[in-house]
Design a protein around this ligand. Structure first.
Ligand SMILES: Nc1ncnc2c1ncn2[C@@H]1O[C@H](COP(=O)(O)OP(=O)(O)OP(=O)(O)O)[C@@H](O)[C@H]1O
Length: 197
């Protein structure tokens, strides 16, 4: 497949624990150089080893708020008291490399993106059930009990938004291999096809 001119970005959305990172990793391995991540802005301080304009564009609250007001951001959100967001320039920079820019965002982010000119493909990743989501998040051992409960509560609301009306493609991540096969077919037949862009 040839490199695309100005390819449409790809939004991956789904509740925490639905398998976005797992599927993204397989996608990146299968299609090296076809997808790229935009560099986000954040007002949080860099952690040791983090490099400005590489891991994040580090900024301050005043500058970032002003840029958001000026319409320079596609989406932004506050997390633990810090602002995070994706600028239009960051997405354009990935596009200019002929790569499909991947945005791994939550439902709030998707709603914001829908108010922009970005025109991405929208994919929603669904867990087979809320019970299975709980099992996977518990097994991942990355969350405290409080964070787990919060994620499950939000997941219920997000699943209501994960419909065909709001997304171009919905993947039910039951068996990982078959879920990935469905995703891969959609990428090959739609997202990476020159005439679909
Ligand atoms: N089909 C599957 N079957 C069983 N386990 C899975 C499957 N897909 C993913 N997992 C496991 O479920 C857990 C959650 O997956 P992952 O971390 O990819 O979710 P995520 O959507 O990226 O979550 P977050 O939004 O919190 O980053 C991981 O431990 C992963 O290994």
């Amino acid at each position: 497949m040839s490199v695309l001119q100005n390819p449409r970005p790809l939004v991956l959305c789904g509740p925490s624990g639905s398998g976005k990172s797992t599927l993204l990793k397989k996608m990146m391995e299968d299609f090296p150089n076809r997808f790229g991540f935009s560099i986000s802005h954040t007002t949080r301080k860099p952690r040791p080893g983090e490099i400005d304009n590489q891991h994040y564009h580090f900024t301050n609250l005043d500058d970032m708020r002003r840029a958001i007001d000026e319409g320079k951001f596609i989406e932004s959100a506050t997390f633990c008291g810090n602002l995070y967001g994706t600028s239009k320039a960051a997405v354009d920079s990935v596009k200019r490399q002929g790569k499909v820019c991947v945005l791994d965002i939550d439902v709030q982010g998707v709603k914001q993106v829908k108010n922009t000119e970005l025109n991405p493909w929208y994919i929603f990743i669904k867990p087979p059930s809320l019970d299975e989501l709980k099992t996977r998040l518990t097994a991942r051992k990355t969350e405290s009990e409080e964070s787990l409960q919060h994620r499950l509560k939000v997941a219920g609301q997000e699943l209501e938004y994960g419909t065909e009306e709001n997304f171009d493609f919905i993947v039910i991540n039951d068996n990982l291999e078959s879920a990935y096969a469905q995703l891969k077919a959609f990428l090959e037949n739609q997202v990476l096809k020159p005439n679909e862009n």
